[in-house]
Structures are given as C-alpha cells and as structure tokens.
Design a binder for this molecule. Structure first.
Ligand code: KIV
Length: 254
C-alpha cells in the first residue's frame, strides 16, 4: 500500500497520479492504477446531486471512505474533511480520526495551515489544498491571477509546506503561478486546473468519465463517455421490458 511518505518522495522523480473515488466498484477498478484515491467532498456534487460541497457531512465522507478503503490494496486512500469538520483543533482531530478509522491513511483539508500543523503533530498525515477551495470560495474563477493574490497563494503554499503537509493540491490557478509554488515548496504539488508544471495531477473521476453533466470546467478532459453508454443500456432495458422481450428463456428458471 502506497504511503504518504512515498508520495512525498516522488517529487522530482515521478509524476503523481490522483483521481477521486467514492464507492467500492469504482475504487476496485482504479486501485493500483493511480497513486492516490481521493475520497473528495466533490461527492456532494457528483454523487449526491448537491449544487456545491457545502452540504457534505462527516457521515457522508466516512461511509464513502469505508467503501473505497475496502477496495484499496495498493493505492493510498485520502479522505477529505468536509466543511465544518475542522473549524477547531478539537474537531479536526476528532473528525480526522473518524476518517482514519473508516480506512483513510491521510486526510485533506482546504487552507488552514495551523490546523494542518496541529494534525501532523498529532500523527496524522495531511494533504493541503489551496487556490480554488470550494468549501469557502464563492467566486468560482481562476485564483491568483493578479500579483497580489498570486503572492498570497505562494505564501499559503509555503505555510502548508511548513506545516509538514505531505503534499499540496493546487486548484484552478495559472500554470506560471503553479510552477512558482511547485518550485518554492519541498512537498509535491498536485494540480487540478493548474497546468503541467505541478508534481502530479488530479481530476474528478465523474468528470473524466462523462458521468457529470451539470457543467464541464476548461481543465477537464473527458477520457470516456460512460454516461452515454449507461443511458443506452437503460433505454434498451426499458424497451425490452415494455415490449415483453425481457426476460427471455435464457434469463428465466424452469
Ligand atoms: O473534493 C475533491 O474532489 C477535491 C479535488 C477536486 C481535489 O478536492
């Protein structure tokens, strides 16, 4: 099983591959192909149908983490702490431990380097996340586009590094800024909408498979159209049932 420490040591050596996973069958197909399976709170949008991630609860995250961890034999499982789960050190520690108990080997938090440092000091491996952080940002645009905001992001990246996070997600920032942050921190950066210079990449699995239709950000590349395949199967099944063609003898007991 890949460890957070192995992920850290991949910087300058090998690109890190991360995808999101929220359920057992998908995690089983993905395990060993990616380095990290992130049980992201994007679950709120792509699985539960919410408008954003702000309604995701610890119960949602723990249940999904359990399912993914049950399938994980090789890839590192990281659980996302949802909004409200790490507002204080006490809550952060309690909820991070709940995700570890559910099978995650590390947790991810958005910003808050002081909470990251506290968790690390308490023996928990933490993946940081800066840039477009959906739990707190309402302006869903590329972040760090002007000099001042770019400087703030660079400082946030360094703070996450100083907090001893084992890796850092950079979401939706210009690729030049991502390069600068990547070169300025000792931990690997994992980009989503942050260009080619990051130490690794992550995308939301439902986006790359064509399973999430509400919108498609510019940084998403569709690697398959599973949604269309599913629709075709549903239509064929419905037609065969309605026409009395299914179940034929082959699918019946005698
Ligand atoms: O929740 C999530 O899926 C994430 C990734 C987009 C990094 O945070």
């Amino acid at each position: 099983m890949t460890t957070p420490q192995q992920i850290t040591s991949m910087k300058h050596k090998q690109k890190i591959v991360m995808l999101t996973a929220y359920d057992f069958p998908t995690a089983r197909l993905m395990d060993g192909i990616v380095d990290i399976m992130l049980v992201g709170d994007s679950l709120g949008m792509v699985v539960l149908g919410c408008e954003n991630t702000t309604k995701v609860t610890m119960d949602d995250m723990a249940r999904a983490t359990e399912a993914v961890a049950r399938a994980a034999k090789s890839s590192l499982v990281v659980g996302d702490l949802p909004i409200g789960a790490y507002d204080s050190e006490k809550d952060a520690l309690k909820n991070a431990n709940l995700l570890l108990k559910a099978g995650a080997k590390a947790v991810k938090i958005e910003r808050k380097p002081e909470i990251a440092e506290f968790l690390v000091k308490n023996g928990i491996d933490v993946m940081g996340h800066i840039g477009l952080t959906p739990q707190t940002i309402t302006n869903f645009k590329v972040q760090g586009k002007n000099e001042e905001s770019a400087k703030v992001l660079l400082e946030e990246g360094k703070a996450m590094d100083n907090a001893n996070c084992f890796s850092l997600v950079l979401e939706c920032i210009p690729s030049g800024l991502a390069k600068n942050i990547t070169e300025s921190v000792s931990i690997p950066t994992i980009g989503i909408g942050a260009g080619i210079h990051c130490d690794g990449q992550v995308l939301v699995t439902h986006d790359i498979l064509g399973l999430f239709e509400a919108f498609k950000p510019k940084f998403v590349k569709r690697y398959a159209e599973i949604g269309l395949e599913m629709k075709k199967a549903f239509e064929q099944y419905a037609e065969e049932v309605r026409k009395g063609k299914f179940p034929s003898d082959e699918f019946s007991f005698h």
